[in-house]
Design a protein. Structure first.
Length: 227
């Protein structure tokens, strides 16, 4: 399926997070440090009129970080949770003067459209594995990809119930994986990209506890060097 099933999708079974996303869309919550850093990384590289895909965009609130820094890209968002895409279309699109169609429902694994830049932050960590979705992103990134995931020395797969979901939904299991940093970088190089690590501003490449699970956020910037 190209859209999440609400029976097992954690993002639609977490009212607190859903409300936080809504506040971010309405600019009623503090800007995320990682969103600001994503925009600044792209601002140093993008050219006017280039296209950008926010892969796993949730409510599309990263748009504001790019707009506030006048990053001259045509912003698109993709997410597999229909309720979050509708939030982006209802809350961000009209405020930003964007067409509703800039936000699409879909799975990264099925992506088949090229964009100059692809940003994927805090998404693949919650996937069964990074391989297939990252491969699709790399194939569809014409010029560059900016990736932020939990990455360290070794593969750690966690698939655990989330105690912070809504009552009655806390049996829903969520992936919180950590991937081998060198392996991910090598995978990107294999697909024709030079890879540069950038220190994560929020954590200084240290550990952050997310739902009581350690995450080692790392940023890799890939620049295409071959077809």
């Amino acid at each position: 399926m190209d859209a999440a099933n609400p029976l097992w999708n954690p993002w639609i079974n977490d009212r607190n997070t859903f409300d936080l996303y809504l506040r971010r869309c309405r600019r009623q919550a503090e800007e995320m440090t990682c969103a600001a850093q994503a925009a600044e990384i792209v601002a140093e590289r993008a050219r006017p009129g280039e296209t950008l895909l926010d892969a796993g965009c949730a409510g599309g609130y990263y748009y504001w970080s790019f707009a506030d820094r006048h990053v001259p890209v045509e912003y698109h968002g993709l997410d597999y949770t229909p309720e979050l895409v509708e939030m982006a279309r209802t809350e961000v699109a009209p405020r930003a003067g964007l067409p509703r169609g800039r936000f699409s429902v879909g799975a990264i694994e099925n992506l088949d459209r090229e964009f100059d830049t692809i940003v994927c932050f805090n998404v693949l960590t919650n996937s069964p594995h990074y391989g297939l979705p990252l491969e699709r992103l790399l194939r569809c990134a014409k010029k560059r990809i900016v990736l932020r995931e939990s990455m360290g020395d070794a593969l750690v797969v966690r698939y655990t119930p989330d105690p912070y979901l809504d009552p009655g939904k806390r049996h829903v299991r969520v992936y919180h994986n950590t991937y081998p940093l060198d392996e991910v970088a090598a995978f990107m190089k294999e697909h024709g990209f030079s890879v540069t690590p950038v220190v994560d501003r929020r954590t200084n490449d240290g550990v952050e506890m997310v739902v009581d699970i350690p995450h080692w956020w790392r940023i890799l910037v890939g620049e295409r060097v071959s077809a």
